[in-house]
Design a protein around this ligand. Structure first.
Ligand code: RP5
Length: 170
């Protein structure tokens, strides 16, 4: 049987793919089934519409959508489905991603897009936010998310100890 994607990652261009590897890596780590698609709100508007309208019936629970420049993809997804939409603003060469950020985050009241940070940090956090939403109804995912946080804390404490040891030896 084909693995039904619980989380869908939709990007406006294949040029966004490297950034979304961060999202895919998080979902892979937490063993969350997902798919990656290139669908543009501007270049393939009909495909964007079809994708958003059929996502819920295919079993998708969360859509992570990201684009750059006049980044309407997440907002278009949100306008066509009541599934939770996480928006990832891409870094851009002209305006550094501020264009994408404002286009994604400034949704009018009534159609929410949960917008994360610009670029790779945002893409990573989009994956973690999806995991946190799924953890609400899944104890196993909740436990793995808690363990992930504990590991991060332990890593920082270790780095601090190593930093102090190096400074002490100088
Ligand atoms: C957006 O325009 C894409 O999401 C991408 O971030 C940006 C540039 O796209 P390309 O011209 O590289 O395809 O639609």
């Amino acid at each position: 049987m084909k693995n039904v994607p619980v989380v869908s990652i939709v990007m406006g261009s294949s040029s966004d793919a490297e950034t979304f590897q961060e999202t895919a890596a998080v979902l892979k780590r937490f063993a969350i089934s997902h798919e990656l698609r290139v669908i543009s709100a501007h270049r393939t508007p009909e495909a964007a519409r079809e994708y958003a309208l059929t996502a819920r019936s295919r079993g998708v629970k969360i859509i992570i959508a990201g684009a750059g420049k006049a980044a309407h993809l997440a907002g278009v997804m949100a306008s066509l489905t009541t599934l939770p939409i996480i928006g990832v603003p891409m870094t851009t060469s002209d305006l550094g991603g501020l264009d994408s950020l404002l286009s994604t985050v400034q949704m009018p009241g009534g159609i929410p897009v949960a917008t994360v940070a610009i670029g790779k940090a945002g893409a990573k956090n989009a994956g973690l936010l999806a995991v946190a939403i799924l953890a609400l109804e899944n104890k196993d995912i909740e436990a793995r998310l808690a363990a992930y946080r504990e590991q991060m804390t332990a890593d920082v404490i270790k780095a601090d100890r190593e930093m102090q040891a190096r400074a002490g030896g100088a």
